[in-house]
Design a binder for this molecule. Structure first.
Ligand code: ACO
Length: 466
């Protein structure tokens, strides 16, 4: 009997985000809000968005083909593919089935898996499904593939600067450099109306911004305390932030990540854990008798715990904030883009370290879990994963739109959402070679895509298309 696969997790990653973006500072001026609201108040630098030639399907086609090509993976080696997304293009046909075009061309239609949807959590559901498959008795020895793809757009108003767009592809298998510590995992799931998309005629969510912040923090507290309890049962000692090298959070905007990490330290304080020294105890003790609800409303507690957390934040969280600050909320891809930032910044020193991951999706679903990072064998080494993602170059080669042009694009996309009989401009001048783009939605709502030729800077419509 074949032995149980060990160290199952992420073998390889690729990230794609649109080359079109708008600076948050320019958006502050354009929207007439006080200077610093988006950049300091939300902690965001820049926001990516899809123009009329890109969508969640084209972005995921780009991310998947790029991953397969750069790691030399034959499409017949994929046995399961799971997609996480909350961007609804079709109420029945999954994004996964669009991606099957890549595999059908190579004669591989034997691939399990469909799409998972629950706000920003779908990517984590996809990742857990794929990992469970590799660990199960039905695993056939091939790789799993997880795809997170979203275009996060909001109506004009306070939520608009918390948009973004990206797709991430992750190859799953045993002996992975990014391996699950499968016993260190806890979830919190309940019913809330904090962010949802009941209007099927619009891409925009209905969002209760303040409630969504509290729901996120409540789910975080619950997951963290459960994870600490499980760790204690397993290891016979208390868990605190000192027991992990890095913390990676789902990032709707950076300020919430700062508040979340501070919240973990407040939880450590309440449990009298070792990460809290005497000075920190003194700062936090005025808040020890607050009820849970009071603690979410207390600005003084927020300030005190952020002060206590600051040195730990710089060391354990800040390295994962690059892409989410630069690209914005990518919904399902946000968390894994934050993890990609950590790999980008720290790949040469990550081996042996523990990374705690917090996934949140409104509505609400949340899981906290742990990765143990290992060296990895070429091509699945940490250094090669960082090299393939090429984050600096992708960020540097973007094109900044003015806020006016961004708003104009949003208007066009509103008009196009759910429409048929559309031929796009096929303008690929801003896209890198190898990028997929939307060419047409025909009279039966069927969508067609092409790939920008690898050997030219010009797009060749239908040159290499689906
Ligand atoms: N300089 C510096 N900071 C400023 C300034 C300024 N000029 N103006 C405001 N701020 C600060 C505020 O004090 C606040 O900081 P705080 O949270 O530490 O108090 C921050 O900027 C934001 O200002 P608010 O007035 O609270 O912002 P508003 O209520 O208008 O919108 C919100 C923020 C609710 C996050 C909105 O953007 C939103 O609804 N986004 C979508 C929902 C979301 O992302 N929720 C998170 C979890 S759910 C998910 O992942 C989708």
């Amino acid at each position: 009997m074949a032995s149980q696969p060990k160290n199952v997790g992420i073998l390889a990653m690729e990230i794609y985000f649109p080359p079109t973006c708008v600076q948050q500072e320019a958006m502050e001026t354009h929207d007439g809000v006080s200077k610093g609201k988006y950049t300091i108040g939300l902690g965001q630098d820049c926001m990516a968005f899809c123009t009329e030639v890109e969508d969640v399907i084209s972005m995921s086609l780009t991310a998947v083909t790029s991953l397969l090509e750069k790691y030399g993976i034959d499409p017949t080696q994929i046995g399961r593919m799971e997609v996480g997304s909350e961007t609804v293009i079709d109420k029945s046909k999954s994004i996964k089935t669009f991606l099957m075009q890549i595999f059908e061309e190579c004669g591989n239609t034997d691939i399990e898996g469909v799409d998972s949807t629950n706000a920003c959590y779908g990517g984590t559901a996809a990742l857990l499904n794929c990992t469970n498959w590799v660990e199960s008795s039905s695993w056939d020895g091939r790789y799993g593939l997880v795809v997170c793809t979203d275009s996060a757009v909001y109506a004009e108003g306070p939520a608009r600067p918390t948009g973004g767009a990206a797709a991430i592809a992750m190859l799953i298998g045993p002996d992975a450099p990014i391996a699950f510590e499968s016993k260190i995992r806890a979830s919190h799931m309940s019913h809330a109306y904090d962010f949802y998309k009941p209007n099927l005629a619009s891409e925009y969510p209905v969002v209760d911004g303040k409630l969504s912040q509290t729901c996120y923090l409540m789910a975080l507290d619950s997951c963290y305390n459960r994870l600490c309890n499980k760790y204690k049962k397993l290891e016979g000692k208390q868990f605190s932030v000192a027991d992990a090298d890095y913390f990676v959070f789902h990032s709707p905007y950076n300020k919430l990540v700062q508040k979340s990490f501070a919240r973990l330290l407040f939880n450590d304080f309440l449990r009298n854990a070792s990460s809290i020294d005497e000075a920190a105890k003194e700062k936090l003790s005025p808040f020890s008798s607050l009820t849970g609800d009071e603690s979410y409303q207390s600005r003084d507690l927020e300030k005190a715990s952020q002060q206590v957390a600051k040195p730990f934040y710089d060391e354990k969280v800040q390295p994962s904030t690059l892409i989410p600050k630069q690209v914005g909320n990518m919904y399902t891809a946000s968390l894994y883009a934050a993890f990609a930032s950590l790999l980008h910044n720290k790949h040469s020193t990550l081996a042996g370290q523990r990374v705690i991951i917090f996934s949140y999706g409104s509505g609400l679903t949340a899981t906290m879990f742990s990765f143990r990072i290992r060296e990895g064998q070429h091509p699945f080494s940490l250094g090669n994963i960082a090299k393939v993602m090429n984050v600096d170059e992708k960020l540097k080669s973007r094109h900044e739109f003015t806020p006016e042009k961004f708003v104009e694009t949003m208007k066009l996309m509103e008009h196009r959402y759910g429409a048929k009989d559309i031929v796009t401009s096929k303008d690929t001048s801003l896209l890198s070679p190898g990028t997929y783009y939307l060419t047409e939605v025909d009279s039966m709502y069927r969508r067609f895509y092409s790939k920008k030729d690898e050997n030219t800077s010009e797009g060749l419509p239908h040159s290499n298309g689906f």
